[in-house]
Design a protein. Sequence first.
Length: 129
Amino acid sequence: MKDEIQTTKAPAAIGTYSQAIRSGKTVYLSGQIPLDSASGELIDGDFTQRVTQVVNNLAAVCAAAGGSLQHIVKLNVYLTDLSGFEVVNTVMAENFTQPYPARAAIEVTALPKGTDVEMDAVMVLPGLG
């Protein structure tokens, strides 16, 4: 059994996917890029602001599913330039607590809408099933 998770506090899906899917206690969060949820457009700002927006978007989807960033057990980070990895670490330290989620950081050639950062995650909710 799977349940779709949707919130207007994060950008709407821009393709044939859901913001997240819950199956039992596990929630699979689709990739988030630095889109403003109201306009659906990429935010203005520097790389730190873009990474922060991505994390904020993930947090909004987590909340809609009944969890928080602290319930993320696996985080995948996609960057078009791995030199931005230290910024990702800084933003994560501001938004996550220990134990931090398991993580992969992958350099890719391109990302949707021409952005330079995307993250997806797996979250396990406490107290269900």
